[in-house]
Each structure stands twice: as C-alpha cells, then as structure tokens.
Design a protein. Sequence first.
Length: 389
Amino acid sequence: MKGSIAQRKDRYGNPIKDAWRIQVYVGKGPDGNYRRHTETIRGRKGDAQRRLNELLANLDKGIYASPGKLTVAQHLQNWLEGYVKTNCSLRTYDGYQSIVTNHLIPALGQHQLKRLHPQLIQAYYSKALAKLSSRTVHHHHRLLSEALKYAVKQGLLGTNPCQLVDPPSPKGKPMRTLTQSEVEDVLIAAAGSYYYPVIYTAVSTGLRQAELLGLRWRDIDIASHSISINQVLYKRRGVYQFKEPKTDYSRRRIAMTEKLADFLREYRLERERLYYQLGKSLTPDELVFATCEGKPLDPSYLSHSFGKIVRKAGLRNVRFHDLRHTFASLMLLNGVAPKVISETLGHASVAFTMDTYSHILPGMQENAMRLLDQILPPGVAKTNSSYGM
C-alpha cells in the first residue's frame, strides 16, 4: 500500500500554487493490473500529507471504497478516523462516534454518498423527532453537516446537501436556579456528606464540575483569596484524564469570598490530619477534592450523590451544573457587573453571559431601581402653580 504526493501543474507545466495531487495504489483489479486512486487537495502540502495518511490508514483497516461507490457509513467512519480523531479531543470523538454509530449510520449509512440528497436527510430528522428532542436532532444535523462539508473539501461531493435542509430549531430547557433559601436547604442536606466541600465551593465560585475536580492545592491561594484554573478532570471509558482548559477564557484566576477562604483553610487542615494518619503528607500537587486515598472523585458518583442530596432537601430536577447557574443568578441579582461575572465563569464574552441569563434581567432592573430610589431625593410637586408657566 504505497502513495505519493506531487504538486499539480497547469497545461504549460508550471506548478499550481496550493494544489497537490495525491495518489494511492488500492490493489489489483480483475484484469490483474494495479488500480490507483487520485485526488487533488487544495491547501498546504501538510494538508495533502494528512489526507494521504488517512487513505493509507483506511486501506490498512479495509474500509476504503472508491469515491463512486463510497457509502455514507464508510465516509462517516473515514471522517471520524481521519479528521475528528486528529483534530478534536477524545471526549468529543467519543460523543461523535456514539451519534454516528447509533443514529446516523443506521438511518443513512446504506446510501451512496454521492446519492445522499436533502429529502433523505429531512426524512431522517422527521423520524428522529418522534423519539429525540429537537435539540438532540439539531446536534445530529450539525455533526452530519460537518462530515459532509469535509466530503466537499476532499472532492467527494460537489455541494453539501445539509445546506438545503431545514433542521429543527433547538428548544432551550428552562434554566433551574436556586433561591437563597434553597441554597441553604441544599447545604443543610449536604452537611456530613463527603461531597459537602465540593458542593459548597461550586455554589461559591460558579466553577464547572471538571474544573472543581481538577483543582490542586497549588491552585488555591488562601492568602490572596484567589483560585487559578489550570487543569480540568474528565473520566473517559473508566480512565481519569487531566487536560488543560479548552480555551484561554477557561484558563483564569478568580476571586473567592472571605467565607470560602476560611472554609478551605479549615478543610485543608482536616485533609492534612487525614493524610498524617495515613502516613503521608499533603503536597501542593494533591487534588483539593479527592477520595481519602487522594484519588480523583468520580464525576458520575458526584452527580448521582448530589441528586440524592437535593431530593433530601425537598427539591426536584436540580443538577450539579445548576449550582453554576445559581452562582451567576445570585451575582447578577445582587448588582455585580456582568463583565465581572463573565470573566469569573470563563465565558468568551459578556454578550454570551447576558444572553444565557437574560431571564434574570427583569429582577436586575427592579434591584437597580431600588438602589436608585435610595440615592435620589424625593420629588417636590408644585400644587399652586404649573411648571414653566
């Protein structure tokens, strides 16, 4: 299985800028002659090399098909292995692979790629909506569109049929936020739980679950009342993985309240005593929220245990992630500047923050008017004469 790359030339023999011809030998045909597959790649030579590597890898796995006979299933598999796996995180790859395997291939995989038309895709969306939410089907549309966009780029399709399809509009779920009294109820219900420290820190900072579980003691500066987000923790196929924050906005330093600083100071002393009993010392690289042995907390167990705690508090339909929403809403309702909240949450823009929490704006306006009412003097009405007359 060999391949080659050569720069394309015009009819006068001059090299064409950013145009590369790749060629792979795909075995012998019925006549005994070697067959070749040829593509033209637009871009840098590195782009052509990646496509050549992808084709050779697919040949090794036995999933290569000539462009004329390539099925949607084969293309989706090629896209996952050749593009998604090398350009996206493993967590994203797992999610995409699940959608492709469980939904897109069973519904559309048998069709030839070049014969996939908008009507087939639209029919799939209509059928899928009988079992799945509009938001989920819309996500399928985005994934399929990206895969077909890749096919256009590789010269396998002339146009992307998803561009001629009307996907279902995603309907946002109502955001669940806790009131101040409900927060107190949850913390009372969590008292004595092994997960109380991470729950209290979550509602006090608005940090994501993966950010909380990735915190080390070196990231906590109690003296300056600050927390630095330098890594996150995910669990993939039973294996814990530490990663850098996905964006520059996610890598940040946030302030913490006096109460949280006092709590973490006491919590650290408690962990130091525990480690001493185990014959170990608590180093700066130890996780802040961990098992008794210092191992990472399981995200699924944390979410499951939190569900039990909120039910004990008499609440329903509250997720761990809703503590982040609760933090943001309480900050907004108490007059904190949106830009400060946006930076604390690690959002890319203030506009995104305000769009996410737009339902809180009426309450913010009422609070603002109450504050203004305390500042401005009362008006004095003239009863015996008219203004300006």
